[in-house]
Design a binder for this molecule. Structure first.
Ligand code: ZN
Length: 97
């Protein structure tokens, strides 16, 4: 049994659509990180809401122009960043660096 998100110093932020996982805040580092449902227990993670979560990626150092949360690298070729809280993609010049 993995330690809980709280024990590891994480706060739940939101679930993502299409099985992309969930966003948690690393409280000590004030940084958002994306986690996916743990399938093979290969990577570091924690348990939250009766599910094991595995670390996937950290946010960038840029911030969303709408909600000011950390944005992640976008999967879409035409965009640089994605805010998972707003579920919106952004160009380089739109985010706060
Ligand atoms: Zn946002």
């Amino acid at each position: 049994m993995k330690p809980s998100a709280k024990e590891e110093g994480y706060r739940f932020v939101c679930y993502l659509p299409d099985g992309a996982g969930a966003i948690f805040e690393n409280i000590e580092e004030c940084k958002l990180e994306r986690f996916v449902k743990n399938k093979n227990h290969a990577s570091w993670g924690f348990s939250f809401n009766k599910t094991d979560w595995e670390f996937a990626e950290s946010a960038t150092y840029a911030n969303c122009p709408h909600c000011l949360n950390d944005v992640f690298k976008s999967d879409l070729a035409e965009y640089s960043y994605v805010c998972y809280v707003c579920n919106e993609n952004f160009y380089d010049y739109e985010v706060y660096e």
